[in-house]
Write a protein that binds this ligand. Sequence first.
Ligand code: NAI
Length: 248
Amino acid sequence: MNLLKGKTAVITGGARGIGKSIAMKYAKEGANIAFIDLRYDEISVETENDLKAFGTICKGYAANVADSEAVAQVVSEILKDFPTIDILVNNAGITRDKLLMRMTEEDWDMVINVNLKSAFVMTKAIQSIMIKQRHGVIVNMSSVVGVSGNAGQANYSASKAGLIGFTKSVAKELGSRNIRSNAIAPGFIETAMTKQLPEAVIEEYMKNIPLKRPGTPDDVANIALFLASDMSSYVTGQVIHVCGGLNI
Ligand code: NAI
């Protein structure tokens, strides 16, 4: 369908999991891809090769997206390799799940920085490019627990709720420049992140999901494609749940 023909997308945490699925979906629809992950390792090389099979320009970069200096550096590298940036997907995220009683200040800061501060730092680094070209799309990866909260995830839920406030504020601030900002709130999606969960927690999730199955990274990537393409040209400041009904 070539929904993203000629566009360039920057995707954080794009080497694997949901980020990789989004990158694959975008490349298949004609987009050039710059993905950023913590390391440029064999997983990144594999992702880069998988993406290149679609025939667009695709490259992986290493940076900690919570570090503003590292982000400034990597964005300037990306701009040497790509003509512009049309789409930004703030997808990188981590968990440090613990009950509040055991959660340390370091657990808190780490999760808030990687999940929330990174979106601020990345969006700030790229917004002037989008403003100048008078178009852009930002997709932020929140979570159902950013809306509902979750025991054992105070830091993670706070970071994902913060992303929703950030998404809506950016939508209001940059809408007049034809820049759209939306969030996705996935539920239980099968990736390396959820593989770490104990069996009992997974069973509990399954009981509460009306569609009675875990989501796939592709389920999330389909919505990320909709939000990045002109099919959603009148959609901004929204949070789209992709959770098999877990939130109802
Ligand atoms: P994942 O752990 O499979 O992939 C996350 C990627 O982000 C990894 O490649 C990792 O190296 C990268 N990353 C982590 N910290 C980084 C940093 N500081 N700088 C650059 N890259 C960094 O996780 P998954 O499941 O693909 O999650 C992607 C996003 O979706 C995350 O924001 C997560 O919170 C969110 N999400 C995931 C859900 C799930 O069930 N898997 C549910 C709801 C939201």
